[in-house]
Design a protein around this ligand. Structure first.
Ligand code: SF4
Length: 474
């Protein structure tokens, strides 16, 4: 049992393996006052739809919402760059009083005439939900007048968490799926769902499938194109990576078009190889299987010797992993083991019961599993478990640096591709560089402890008796 102090209401969301039966609380609203790392509904829908490069993305709301998600993913496009323009209706006080529908209509007509996009996504923000603009009606009118499909995304920020934004995005995508011609699609074909082409990762994965002899009909949404999504219902299989964001769309396609689903991860040697073999096995084609065996053999035999020098220095180091969905954390733990490292903390913003069960089965005794943690809690566990490295996103980076730990960005802001076999080498280099950096020796332990005690004292005075010792779901 840990001696770290946590908020009493957070206790059920934390489990330390080996100290109690596993029954972690998850998929719940964040605890009030806990300063969750989760993003809002609008942000959730933006991160999913943003990489569709030939669509117009218009944020109906204050400019702050647009700024918050401006160029939000490092999602690269091989062609159009329209997705990188973050258009906003910039709602002001007057619009809040008298309504923003006219402004939205005028903005859409002007933008569509200028850019002639393949489709347009219109995101509702908190204030639009409050004032009750009929975004759906405006979209219908603009679609009819311009001939460009204009799709409302019901993503009012306050109505849930990032995960509800994934639902809003899947509902919007569902309006496109099934509207294109599927003539000529090969029976050896798939859709890639839940890969967002961060630093070109989708291209790496597409290249593997090409070498296997498998056609990719649509990438949803990394380097995405509207016309590909319209005809993706002609593919033989949906291969889902970021399951939190894309399972809903895959399930709808299964119901409506009978397309089966497999869940994969493209991170780490084991999971990357398994993903390719699972696809080959499903497609049940001798040539595809042979190509897959050759591909995996060549890639792994090239990669493993290069990892040895990093493993030598990283052996026995301790890592903490905090991701958006919990499925990715499983790949991280395996990849860290490949590098000789031990995971002492593993958590996610939006994991479900099944994900966390698998996470704790894979973890070593004593690993702390966190659902929807907050910066203070995470900082305390990082110190208590003596982590050398934190893997997370942009919001976790300052926590690591303030504590004098190495940090690896595994979220959508990163600039280095970490997927695939070549991504595993990049991951090893990045982890090695940050963990062995001499800069951490210059961060005084005393200063860190003083800061930590200030943090704790401040929090105790603000939160009264809301803290309890340790944390375990009971
Ligand atoms: S919470 Fe509301 S106001 Fe804030 S970014 Fe999200 S939609 Fe905009």
């Amino acid at each position: 049992m840990t001696t770290t102090q946590i908020l009493a209401d957070r206790r059920a969301h934390i489990h330390e393996k080996g100290t109690a039966p596993f029954n972690i609380a998850c998929e719940k609203q964040s605890v009030a006052g806990s300063v969750s790392q989760r993003a809002c509904v609008f942000c959730g829908s933006r991160v999913v739809l943003y990489p569709i490069a030939d669509a117009l993305h218009v944020i109906h709301g204050p400019i702050g919402c647009a700024a918050y998600t401006w160029d939000i993913r490092g999602a690269w496009s091989s062609g159009p760059q329209l997705h990188r323009m973050s258009f906003s209706t910039d709602l002001q006080e007057k619009d809040v009083v008298f309504g923003g529908e006219k402004k939205l209509y005028q903005a859409l007509v002007e933008l569509i005439e200028h850019y002639r996009p393949k489709a347009a996504f219109i995101y509702s923000t908190c204030i639009v939900g409050l004032i009750g603009d009929d975004v759906e009606a405006i979209c219908r009118r603009v679609s009819a007048e311009t001939g460009v499909e204009t799709i409302p995304v019901h993503s009012e920020g306050f109505k849930g968490s990032k995960k509800d934004g994934y639902t809003a995005a899947c509902n919007a995508l569902d309006q496109l799926v099934g509207t294109g011609d599927t003539t000529g699609i090969s029976p050896l074909s798939i859709n890639i769902l839940g890969d967002f082409n961060i630093a070109g990762e989708t291209w790496v994965i597409k290249d593997y499938y090409k070498k296997m002899g498998v056609d990719v009909v649509a990438t949803i949404t990394g380097d995405g194109r509207v016309d590909d999504i319209r005809r993706c219902h002609g593919a033989a299989l949906n291969v889902v990576q970021c399951s939190g964001s894309m399972t809903q769309l895959a399930m709808k396609m299964k119901q409506e078009y009978g397309i089966p689903i497999i869940r994969v991860s493209y991170f780490g040697i084991e999971d990357m190889s398994k993903a390719l073999y699972d696809v080959a096995e499903y497609l049940n084609d001798k040539t595809v299987m042979k190509n897959t065996q050759n591909l995996v053999r060549d890639e792994v035999s090239n990669l493993v010797p290069q990892l040895r020098k990093y493993k030598h220095d990283l052996q026995g180091k301790r890592a903490a992993v905090y991701t958006g969905g919990a499925f990715k954390a499983l790949s991280m733990i395996r990849s860290l083991r490949t590098l000789g490292m031990k995971t002492v903390i593993a958590g996610s913003q939006t994991g479900n019961k099944q994900d966390y069960k698998r996470l704790q089965e894979l973890s070593d005794e004593g690993t702390v599993i966190l659902d929807d943690t907050n910066p203070l809690e995470l900082a305390k566990f990082l110190e208590e478990k003596k982590a050398d490295l934190l893997i997370g996103g942009v919001k976790e980076r300052p926590i690591a640096y303030k504590l004098g730990l190495g940090f690896c960005d595994h979220n959508h802001e990163r600039k280095i591709g970490l997927a695939g076999f070549e991504g595993m080498l990049n991951f090893a280099k990045e982890v090695h560089g940050t963990v062995t950096s001499p800069v951490w020796k210059l961060a005084s332990l005393r200063d860190r402890l003083v800061d930590r005690h200030r943090l704790l004292d401040g929090d105790r005075s603000r939160n009264g008796n809301r803290f309890v010792e340790g944390g375990n779901a009971s």
